[in-house]
Design a protein around this ligand. Sequence first.
Ligand code: PAF
Length: 281
Amino acid sequence: MKICKTIDEMRATSRAARHSGKRLGLVPTMGALHDGHLSLMRAAKSKCDAVAASIFINPLQFGPTEDLAKYPRTFDHDVQMLEKESVDILFAPTPVEMYTPGAVTYVTVEGLSDKLCGKSRPGHFRGVATVVAKLFHIVEPDVAFFGQKDAAQATIIRRMVRDLNLPIEIAVCPIVREPDGLAMSSRNVYLSPQDRKSATVLNRSLIEVKQRFDQGERNPTALIKAAKKILAQEPTVRLDYFEIVDPSTLDPAPKLTGPALVAVAAVVGTTRLIDNILLQP
Ligand code: PAF
């Protein structure tokens, strides 16, 4: 695997791959890789001739009181995992390489960036859209792979690609879960054993909604109420939001006549976790 630390090196490497006729896949990550990331690498391997992963803990998407400083950094282990998956290229720039001092240009996806996690994490999606746009310009992939766990992020990136006419296909891959249903996340390592148990309530609340939906319930208010009842079983889990929204606008879905995204965010101990499920009528 070729490791590129600079933008010039990365650009030259991906251009060489594309000029030799290779379809290039990109999997952007912030490292601390787990099986969810590896499923993205495998999807990229199966769809593309060459795969680039990026590892960059993007300061721009963390709020001033968030976990940037303690975000897990496991670079050497990540490299081993990527090599095992036969990833061809790793882009691992420093913050100074990615953000020229004095940079004041951002990408904002208006009307979407302040929904779901955007409400309680102001600036988060602006940071995500900006770094992903930069990664797209540097790597110039044909296809980029993201996880469904960050459903709002995927919606925002799709809209950015559409609005800016970027010639990049966006592939969104299913959530990978632990055997007890907890969605895999780099932040799960923060959970104490007790919090780790409590955290499964997020997935249980989504299963409750799915079951009621499959039995014919179509009233979002009733579904949200049922989910909140499950979440209340774990008093240490502090709910941020539980919403049922249109997956392309992220606006609350008043009637469940089309596909709907059921999304939850909660703080478990000191760790903010998210999860979601898609309902298809
Ligand atoms: O999903 C993530 O890990 C990050 O938000 C991303 C897409 C790599 C941008 O920093």
